[in-house]
Design a protein around this ligand. Sequence first.
Ligand code: NAD
Ligand code: MG
Length: 395
Amino acid sequence: MTPHTPPPRKLTILGATGTIGINTLDVVARHPERFQVVALTGQNQIDKLAEQCRRFQPRYAVVLDPGKGRELEILLAGTSTRVLVGVAALEQVASLPEVDSVMAAIVGAAGLRPALAAARAGKRVLLANKETLVMAGRFFMEAVREHGATLLPIDSEHNAVFQSLPAGYRGNPAGHGVRRILLTASGGPFRTRALETLKDVTPEEAVAHPNWVMGKKISVDSASMMNKGLEVIEAHWLFDAAPERIEVVIHPQSIIHSMVEYLDGSVLAQLSNPDMRTPIAHSLAYPERVEAGVPWLELAKIGQLTFEAPDFARFPCLRLAYQALAVGGAAPAILNAANEEAVAAFLERRIPYLGIAATLEATLGRLSGLPAGSLEDLMAADGEARRTARELMTA
Ligand code: NAD
Ligand code: MG
């Protein structure tokens, strides 16, 4: 008898040329019988996208800019991959009938519309783009429910929480005996740096994360702990948890990726080496398990797992995120947009490191009351926050 092999899962990877995209393709390549790539998208790194297309032979490759599209067509001449151009094409490949799983790994607010298109098409959405939930959590979660999509978190903390929750969990923590969600954070490169020297932090120092290799934006967010702040908001929407049920604990070794505490005092955790291929493989194969290429966890070699409470004075961005979540409405979208602008300005050396938190606080102070009744309202708040942040940074 031949063993039963299910047909391969057909995938679109949004943001294929980024860190998450590359790690996804690494896992896919280990299991060609299980996963088949239908579409890949990228923005600037055309050579890398072309190389990925030659290797994985997707039906479609999407770029944003027509000039880059022509470049890619030349590089892919003679292959069966069709090049599509523009934002609408991102939404199109996220909702193709033949695709069942969409990896949403574009960085920033640009990832919202394609992720939403995948949810509305009822796909299995493997969500790396946390900004989608921070900006428009209510609307995104509604789309997931209304269209019968399956949402699998890729962010390592949320993937850990998902794995530590009871199977079939669909919100209402108290109803499942869940007391708190404990999100772990490495504390980034500045956890122990002398406070008075934070004003001198350079972009090079901020992107040098001690445990993870990531894109530049999320690396700066990790250094400021805005990343954890965004993740608190992400957890709120994903798991239907009130802010007071979400606690951040610093765990510098990044081995425990998060935990769920139950009413009886049990705490369930997910542990692994800090390698995004673990949550990616978990979500790609869910509910099955596949090899991810990640070295086995050798606890005896690691020796110690330690924990600390976060210092809100050192990490004001984390405090601002809790504050934005408490205010609700458009505040998280405003925080996110101002942060994208401030991080870009910091990476271009237009503002100092401490200017990031100052810009967010001032932008939130000016705009928190903007309406949030529709997706259009939130997109407008995003635009207004970017304008305000830019103005504050040039003042
Ligand atoms: P990255 O910068 O390495 O890659 C971003 C990808 O998005 C690239 O493929 C790029 O071409 C594409 N892109 C950028 N701007 C775009 C735009 N305007 N329109 C269309 N495509 C665009 O980022 P990353 O580290 O892979 O992170 C991707 C997402 O995953 C982010 O939302 C991040 O917060 C989240 N995430 C990443 C990690 C990680 O370990 N890298 C962990 C958890 C969550
Ligand atoms: Mg994370």
